[in-house]
Design a protein around this ligand. Sequence first.
Ligand code: ZN
Length: 383
Amino acid sequence: MTDMLSHFKRQQQTMVDLLTTLINYETFTSSKPDVDKLGRYMEDQFVGLGASSVQRIPQEKVGDFLLAKWNEDAPGKPIMFLIHIDTVWPIGTLAERPPRIDEQGRLFGPGAIDMKGGITIVLSALRGLRDLGEFPNRPIWVLMTADEEVGSTYSEALIKDLAKQSGLVLVMEPATPEEAIKTSRKGVATFQIAVEGRPAHAGNAPEKGINAIVDLAYQTLKLQEMNDLRHGTSVSVTMVEGGTATNVIPAHASAKVDVRMLTMQAYADVCEKIMNLQPYVPGAKLSVTSGHTRGPMERNAQMQADYEQCRAIGATLGLTVREDSSGGGSDGNFTAMMGISTLDGLGPQGDGLHALNEHVVLDSLPRRSALIAAMLKDWKFKE
Ligand SMILES: [Zn+2]
């Protein structure tokens, strides 16, 4: 099996060229025509790699999605890759920060680690298996989306639907700076708190008013009390708004709340507490609405077993696969919370997601491509 690793090591320059090509397509989420250009390039790549079908799922507001399949008629459940081609970088960033490689073998550039490096690894792993004549006879799917950086609003239902049919979901988000995969991600939930009071002249008749800001201040403190950082739950009031003029008792106030948690139980508990907040100022009306949510990717027994299998496959190649956790969410949260085997952070080693120092450690590309290729060959679904 170490032959496989050396094969990929010999391909490193090809991978660097591919990664550079991908970065040179600017793919800011909301710039659909630009994102679609990379989509067409990806379509050609999938066809060139012998996909038995490549389905385009057209989108109005973001780049079109693609679903590429290999060995559709082979027995067994598919292994599905989740990749997203969009980035957080506005068009023009590339001209300011074109791809460059430093003397430590790190490639810097917009979208390098999130996630064009991960895309490079999937394409390279599939190519390597073909070149070596070791392409496994099992269904393999690649779902390419283009809205991950805005919360996967348009792709969430599709991701869940396809995950339901899959035996294993591999999320190509970056590894940690230490090259660990991610076996736990916090869930995120947002809420809006709105208080309605009654306006009154602050000088003539303040007692006739119902001060919405006072009520919101009380709610803010109640929310702050819900923090349980020791168990991984954070509740943060992150935005507030209220009042109309200095001399008016405010009739309206509102706040936005960001909640993060590690387990579905914590998620249910904290949601219930927030939805049950009660007004404090007599006569005030309180409304709580829940917004965007992504449940946690839990490090449960299934996750530990899947990580163990990944680690063991890595060991056959002479690779050490480590695990770590992340406070941020990914599309892996959707599939893991459905109980589907999910491994995340399978992209390259590197750092600086959404930051100016975004980079990929280039010699991790062959390591991860070999790991992915070996997983496609050897992965066993549990009975
Ligand atoms: Zn990403």
